[in-house]
Design a protein around this ligand. Sequence first.
Ligand SMILES: C[S@@+](CC[C@H](N)C(=O)[O-])C[C@H]1O[C@@H](n2cnc3c(N)ncnc32)[C@H](O)[C@@H]1O
Ligand code: SF4
Length: 296
Amino acid sequence: MYPLDYIEPVFRPPSEGRSLILQVTNGCSWNKCTFCEMYTDEQKRFKPQPVDKIDAQLMSLSTAGYPVRRVFLADGDAMALSTRRLKEILQLIKTYYPDVQRVSSYCLPRNLKKKSVEELAELNALGLSLMYIGCESGDDEVLSRVEKGESFASSLEALTKIKQAGMKSSVMILNGLGGPELSQQHALNSARLMNAAQPDYLSTLVVSFPLGDERYQKNFAGKFRLLTQQELFAEMKTLLQALELDKTIFRSDHASNYLVMKGVLGKDKTKLLQQVEMAMHQPGRVPLREEWQRGL
Ligand SMILES: C[S@@+](CC[C@H](N)C(=O)[O-])C[C@H]1O[C@@H](n2cnc3c(N)ncnc32)[C@H](O)[C@@H]1O
Ligand code: SF4
C-alpha cells in the first residue's frame, strides 16, 4: 500500500491490488445505481482532485523511491474528467514514472459520450490502456430498474469506442441483478452485449446488499429477492451457453461468487459449463465459497 492521503473508502478492481491507486477524483459522478453503496458516504461527494495535489502525491512517492509499475485512476469514474485534465494527469505520471507499464480506470459509458475515438487514442498513447466498465447487464429492463442510466446501445457504443482507440476493456456483469423474474433475459441480453463487444476481459460478480436492499426494492415494487445458489448457477449456465466470444479472459473469482471459475472464452466454454453443471447436480464435487468467505 502506498502512503497517500486518501479520502476513504477507496475501491479498486481485484486485479489492481498491487497498483498505485491514484485518487484523481473523489466518489462517483453518477452515484444513482440502486445496488451500489460504494460512494454514498457524505465525504464521498463527487469532486475532481486538484492537479496540484496529484502532482505533490506523485512527487512524494517518486522522491521516496517507491516503485510504480501500474497506476489505477480512482475513484468510481475518473473518466468523467475532461480529456484535457486526463492528459495533464497522464503526463504527470510519465514525468515521475517514465517506465510505468499500465494506467487504468473505471469508466461509465456516459463518460465517453463527449470523447472521440481520436481523443481516447491520444490518452492511450499517453499510457491509459485499460478501462473497467461496470455494464452489470445487457438487458434494458434490468438496467432501468437498477437506475444504471445506461442501455444495451450506450454500453455497446462505449465498448466499441474503447476498442477502436486501441485500449483494452474489462467488463463486469452482476449475477442475480434482475432477481428470479428477470434472470433469463438478464443472462441472455448480457451475453448478447458481450458477443457484440468482444471485450478483452469479462468478470461476473454476484449482487448483494450488505447495507440492506431498501433502495433496490423501490423499482421492484418491494418484490425483489436474491437468487438462491441453484438459481445463480442456472443463470450462469444460461449466460455461458449464450456467450460466443473469440478470445476473452473470463473470471468469476471475485469474493462475491460462490463458484470460482477462470478460463478463456470461447476455448474453455465446455469446461466452464461442466463446472457449473457439476455445482448444480453433484454438490460436494466442486468447492464452493462458504457464506462467511464471501464479500464485496
Ligand atoms: C466500485 S464500482 C465502480 C464501477 C464504475 N463506476 C462503473 O459503473 O462502471 C465497481 C463494481 O462493483 C460492483 N458492485 C457495486 N455494488 C455492488 C453490489 N451491491 N453487489 C455486487 N457488486 C457490486 C459493480 O459491478 C460495479 O461496477
Ligand atoms: S456502480 Fe459505478 S456508476 Fe453506479 S453508482 Fe456505483 S460507482 Fe457509480
